[in-house]
Design a protein around this ligand. Structure first.
Ligand code: NI
Length: 142
């Protein structure tokens, strides 16, 4: 089968801090540095959502890119943009708000909304800064 990958990029801004409640102030400062600042800091995140599938014979699309953008906005962006990842975001409750954990949570939230008719979620790539990003491809299959 000829498979092709389609990526939609969306952006959001959010506040957070990296802080392990089980550690002392000093330990947090040592591991997370300025990222543990009590009064938060923010990032301009860039989210790449990549689907995989075959082009439809009717449209030539793996997935309608406009529709994909609308889904990503509704399921993810509207729930994180201009908000605090530690406080305001249900799917990050009780988690350390690292870019790794955020990418995994976004995968879990998005997957049921985009997989249909042979289309699979392939990768969540999430930039936290211009120089740091993470990629998640889901659980390795056995
Ligand atoms: Ni940060």
């Amino acid at each position: 089968i000829r498979m092709i990958y389609l990526t939609r990029i969306e952006r959001f801004n959010a506040a957070h801090k990296l802080y392990n409640e089980n550690w002392s102030e000093e330990q947090n400062r040592e591991v997370f540095g300025k990222c543990s600042n009590a009064n938060w800091h923010g990032h301009n995140y860039e989210l790449h959502v990549t689907l995989k599938g075959k082009p439809s014979p009717d449209t030539g699309f793996v997935f309608n890119a406009k529709e994909l953008g609308d889904i990503v906005k509704e399921v993810i962006i509207d729930k994180v943009d201009h908000l605090n990842l530690n406080i305001d975001v249900d799917f990050m409750k009780g988690k350390l708000t690292s870019v790794e954990n955020l990418a995994i949570a976004i995968w879990d939230e998005l997957k049921p909304h985009v997989e249909k008719d042979g289309v699979r979620l392939h990768c969540i790539k999430l930039y936290e800064t211009a120089t740091i990003y993470t990629e998640y491809y889901g659980e390795a299959s056995l």
